[in-house]
Design a protein around this ligand. Structure first.
Ligand SMILES: Nc1ncnc2c1ncn2[C@@H]1O[C@H](COP(=O)(O)OP(=O)(O)O)[C@@H](O)[C@H]1O
Ligand SMILES: [Mg+2]
Length: 320
């Protein structure tokens, strides 16, 4: 397993080809998965055959690959006296191939941030990009297609269909979209999540942890650019919760996926590469290589250091 926690300062260690490269044969690699390299649109796809060294020589190596990005992201609910500013001019970069946790107390804007980054909700001001696509400029139909084709979701309530088997639930979104699943990829997901011997079971025949694993596999099955999950361990006992976090970790470490997880649980956030702390609709801090203890400590600092209900004391909380 690659060493964890060094991202985004250093990309994760690899035994195989670098991130985004698939080894086709000796010295032969195919550039896959990256829609965006170093800020310009590279629709190179499977067609480009090269070695990583060649890519480096031609400057196509990703310097700071960003899966999603927001600038000045503001979301207000209601109007007039009753306006709630859920997000207050948030700037954020979500790094590709990393496990990012969005942490903060209830009502701090975590879910709103996720919904705006995933194109599930409109913004009041600011811009959001998925790769190089500005989603704040898209019409409803384009947004629906983008969510379907490029984003994976894993919800707390699993949202599995009771009449379908685990296997059918996993490929359901693609079946609805009329897309042919990449069999080899889906097999890899199923084996990584340890679901091989559960494929014929219906949700009622599975434990909570197994159901969440199926939901995780479903989010991964279309090989999305970004996976969003809101409180994935919220409905699970601690053992099943720990399992799900381990699978999300696997999705990043072994399957090179990008995961953004909303949570209020320091234990869950401790599994991530990077924790973003939200307070009153603003990102008030960040922590690389978190541990549950360090996250908990930071949360204590926030609640203790807040002098007034007016907002977080930025000069105390912001480290840079
Ligand atoms: N649909 C909505 N209508 C009005 N207010 C909302 C709505 N959704 C969220 N809010 C408010 O926005 C703030 C942030 O909410 P939310 O993003 O759900 O926080 P979190 O996920 O961190 O608990 C809260 O004050 C919440 O009450
Ligand atoms: Mg929430």
């Amino acid at each position: 397993m690659p060493e964890r926690g060094a991202w985004p300062l250093h990309p994760p260690a690899h035994t195989g080809p670098p991130d985004g490269w698939r080894r086709l044969g000796p010295g032969l690699y195919s550039l896959v998965r990256y829609g965006s390299w170093s800020g310009h649109d590279a629709t190179i796809g499977e067609a480009a055959l090269s070695t990583p060294a060649t890519a480096r020589a031609y400057g196509t190596e990703p310097a700071r690959p960003v899966a999603a990005r927001a600038r000045g992201l503001t979301k207000a609910y209601g109007s007039g006296e009753t306006t709630v500013l859920a997000l207050d001019s948030v700037d954020v970069d979500i790094m590709r191939g990393a496990f990012t946790a969005v942490m903060g107390p209830s009502g701090s804007g975590k879910s709103t941030l996720m919904h705006c980054l995933a194109g599930l909700d409109t913004v009041s001001a600011g811009q959001v990009w998925l790769g190089d696509t500005e989603i704040t400029g898209l019409r409803d139909r384009e947004l629906t297609r983008l969510r379907r084709d490029r984003i994976g979701f894993m919800f707390q309530s699993f949202n599995l269909l009771p009449t379908l088997t685990a296997a059918e639930n996993i490929t359901l979104p693609m079946d609805i979209a009329g897309r042919t699943p990449d069999g080899a990829w889906v097999d890899r997901v199923i084996d990584t999540l340890g679901l091989r011997d559960r494929l014929g079971h219906r949700p009622a025949q599975l434990s909570g942890g197994q159901q969440q694993r199926v939901a995780c596999a479903r989010a991964l099955a279309s090989r999305p650019e970004l996976i969003f999950t809101d409180e994935p361990t919220g409905n699970l006992d601690s053992r099943a919760g720990a399992e799900v976090l381990a699978f999300l970790r696997e999705a990043v470490d072994s399957l090179e996926q990008t995961v953004v997880m909303v949570t209020h649980d320091p234990g869950a956030a401790g599994h991530a590469d990077l924790v973003l702390f939200l307070g009153d609709g603003r990102i008030v801090d960040r922590m690389e290589r978190p541990t549950a203890e360090a996250v908990l400590e930071r949360m204590r600092l926030f609640s203790g250091a807040r002098p007034s209900p007016g907002g977080a004391p930025d000069d105390v909380l912001r480290k840079s």
